[in-house]
Design a binder for this molecule. Sequence first.
Ligand SMILES: C[S@@+](CC[C@H](N)C(=O)[O-])C[C@H]1O[C@@H](n2cnc3c(N)ncnc32)[C@H](O)[C@@H]1O
Length: 243
Amino acid sequence: MKGTTPEGARTEREAAQWVRGMFGRVAHRYDFANHLLSFNMDVLWRARTVRCVRHILARPDARVLDICCGTADLTLALARNAAGHVAGSDFCHPMLVEAKNKIAKRGARTPVFEADAMRLPLRDGSFDLITVAFGFRNLANYADGLAEMRRVLRPGGRLLVLEFSRVWEPLSRFYDAYSFRVLPWLGARVAGDAASYRYLAESIRVHPPQAELAAMMERAGLEKVEWFNLSAGVCALHVGHRF
Ligand SMILES: C[S@@+](CC[C@H](N)C(=O)[O-])C[C@H]1O[C@@H](n2cnc3c(N)ncnc32)[C@H](O)[C@@H]1O
């Protein structure tokens, strides 16, 4: 299934370039805008994600990769709770610069590297856990992205996708008003880029709802797929296993 198609992008390559450029423009304000626009809920959503895999993180031999890591908030939360190896990857250089500064400031040693999630420079079956937080929605092709994540997971491994999702119906009118009016307005003031925050709202609207994403994960060969709604479905945490 095709993934995100920002306005004007004719090919998957162009869509990916647009996404990379957009995150490059907002990187310096990304964390601030994120916490403000989500009322700091993003911190709780990432904490919930970490709780879900505590037993894997407790293993000293566990290898964990947080793809589309951006400024490394989830990467660092995973690393803080991990006995084994945790790394992050992203294809947007300015986001990784922010990530590296944050990692250094916290005195952590978590490695992050530049890589396209659609073509990870990693061996088959090399990770026990792959996480992707708020990055899946931005991929130019969801099915190919999931196939790549499955390839890199070792048998017995797990994939966690934390993503905006379909909000509980009675709240949808308020949520849409917030997404399409308040978000671009605030985005323009906080990150200096209304277009990026309009894209954010539109990409959330077209992103597959919970059951559809679960079905896509199953088609990609992941098993025992389940999901947990967070904040009435504003986000969902999908979990799939590779056997
Ligand atoms: C909304 S940010 C999320 C960052 C971080 N995971 C978080 O929770 O805050 C999405 C990130 O996905 C990255 N991204 C999007 N498409 C990508 C791709 N094909 N390969 C690697 N990174 C990608 C962007 O560069 C951006 O840093």
